[in-house]
Write a protein that binds this ligand. Sequence first.
Ligand code: PLP
Length: 414
Amino acid sequence: MSVPERLLPVHEPMNQFAVGDGELLVGGQRLSVLATRVGQTPFYAYDRSLLRRCVAHLREALPASVKLHYAMKANPMPAVVGFMAGLVDGIDVASAGELKVALDAGANPQEISFAGPGKRDAELRQAVASGVLVNIESFREVVALREISSEIGLPARVAVRVNPDFELKGSGMKMGGGPKQFGVDVELMPELLAQVGRAGLAFEGFHLYAGSQNLRADSICEAQQKSYELAVRLAEHAPMPVKFLNLGGGFGIPYFPGEKRLDIAPIGENLERLALRAKTELPHAEFVIELGRYLVGEAGIYVARIVDRKVSRGQVYLVADGGLHHHLSASGNFGQVIRKNYPVTVGNRVDSPAKEVACVVGPLCTPLDLLADRMELPVAAQGDLVVVFQSGAYGASASPQGFLGHPPCLEILV
Ligand SMILES: *Cc1c(COP(=O)(O)O)cnc(C)c1O
């Protein structure tokens, strides 16, 4: 007996994009017209109005005192970073290359923070000279920053990234708790903070980042509360009052069947309670939340054109001009354990009543190049436009564009 269809997990509706004349509207324009305007497929398109809407929605749910940072590794396209810099309170960078993009985009150095294991001396020098906040992740960085500060004649602005003794439950990628290459273990904090004080660095606070891609508000609230309480305990060892408290992020977006959009209302209420406690426990501290994919992921699509339609032993294959080399994560090869389909449609036939089960594959000569595995899609033909939703984060910059020598994709902000 087959499972009744309504019991099978389905994708969240991708209703952030409107539909007009049977086509997806992106930046208010029909997809086929947009593709002509771009002049080629494949491309990524990011919609400004959706970026703006997402930030406004967050601001409404979070206490006004909480600062919102954009972790630009999610989408480092310079136009996106520039647009986001005008909407959020700060930019988080994870390399000197990202730092350059953020500074070029006009982000205020006072509100940029730099995290990442293995920051090279040259990168630390650039960060100190730029006046950005450096998240210290090892004892070596304390020594290097002391030397750089005296060489430049500016005390490095620093926060300490703590590897906490807990994890973010239910997160897609764990980046804290247990042994980790990120931050410094909480057990070593008293010694590290003493060294920061002796080195004469301008200590500002703590950075705690427990994990990514979490769709459970209760887990995020729990991690934020534990992070806050840990910071209160560590503040006793700090060389200066805590001004900056980065409580992490980890807000996820629904990618796969059965996943639901994160409810941010309880997270806002939880932060409200913590902010109230901080008035007496950490009276100088400003809370920061750093988000990547949550801010940009839903605002972006990847678009490829169907170059061939084949049937192999009864299975329909739509062969597109783009795939894994531009969009590694949609192919299932960017950290996923079990491959699942991203939400995909045929963007110029979204309303079409004629449906069929098809596989969407890319042009690469490897079976890994799969954008949709046996998905129900509008019946499509050569020339139609395949759309992968939820593609505004970890797309072009997180994909091996050189693999197999196909042309690169374009990115546009509309
Ligand atoms: C990757 C990363 C982020 C962004 O993660 P998302 O899942 O895109 O929100 C934020 N902070 C740090 C420290 C990171 O490494």
